[in-house]
Ligand binder design. Structure first.
Ligand code: NDP
Length: 240
């Protein structure tokens, strides 16, 4: 039986590439999405994988949907915390609701989803948790105190949970993408994006598939000795 891999935000952007790579590598993939029904429908049709709707910033919602997945598909052995949002502005203009939305969707969600699956992983003596952080959590970014704090928080969360899971066969790792071509970055003003690309030694943005390949490796049995790691995939833009 192939292992069940759940990818939050798995029907679009980087998450979609991760879902497709995991499927290609033999996992039974389940994607979580939030509101984009069109992308979810296309995902189901193209991949023949399951897609369930849930808000990762809501614990009760996650719990109910994950329970359904366990009954309908199987126990979750690989968890990829990929869902994320930005609500950019400088701190002095930032609305408290935009602080909370970003912290809850990017960071608190990792606690919720991991909390729901961790006991099953401990009982089975196997688990893979991969958290999609960001270059901006490593280096900070103007206009992103909320996002940088959430993504940096994911790295600390990863290291602490890696220590807790290590003796139980559970690895926990963080992947920090640099600038990747998705809907999220297409929202960035062209001048700003051009100035960012000038800072990337490889002289281009990354592709979602370039993140997906690393995630699928971390999910594999071959990566059993990698835990608590932070993997930067950013074209050389920031060498942490
Ligand atoms: P997109 O904006 O393209 O996609 C975001 C995905 O997250 C969508 O599938 C969306 O669901 C889902 N999502 C958002 N909010 C929730 C929620 N509350 N509950 C469940 N699902 C939710 O993002 P990217 O693919 O660009 O980014 C993916 C991850 O990678 C994010 O965590 C991002 O921070 C990180 N990252 C991205 C970089 C980039 O350059 N693109 C760089 C560094 C990190 P729906 O489709 O239903 O809206």
């Amino acid at each position: 039986m192939s292992k069940v891999a759940l990818v939050t935000g798995g029907t679009r952007g980087i998450g979609l590439a991760i879902s497709m790579q995991l499927k290609e590598d033999g996992f039974q993939v389940v994607a979580i999405y939030h509101g984009n029904e069109e992308a979810a429908e296309k995902f189901r049709a193209d991949t023949k994988c399951h897609a369930y709707k849930a808000d990762v910033s809501n614990y009760e919602d996650c719990k109910a949907v994950f329970e359904k997945i366990k009954e309908e598909v199987g126990a979750i052995e690989i968890l990829v915390n990929n869902a994320g949002i930005t609500r950019d502005s400088t701190l002095h203009k930032m609305k408290p609701e935009n602080w909370h939305a970003v912290i809850e969707t990017n960071l608190t969600s990792c606690f919720y989803t991991s909390h729901i699956v961790i006991n099953g992983m401990r009982e089975r003596g196997f688990g893979r948790i991969i958290n999609i952080s960001s270059i901006n959590g490593q280096k900070g970014q103007f206009g992103q105190t909320n996002y940088s704090a959430a993504k940096a928080g994911m790295i600390g969360f990863t290291k602490a949970l890696a220590l807790e899971g290590a003796a139980k066969g559970i690895t926990v790792n963080a992947v920090c993408p640099g600038y990747i071509e998705t809907d999220m970055t297409s929202a960035i003003n062209k001048e700003v994006l051009d100035s960012i690309i000038r800072q990337i030694p490889i002289t281009r943005m990354g592709k979602p598939e370039e993140i997906a390949a690393a995630v699928s490796f971390l999910a594999s049995d071959k990566a059993a000795f990698i835990t608590g790691a932070t993997l930067s995939i950013n074209g050389g833009q920031y060498m942490a």
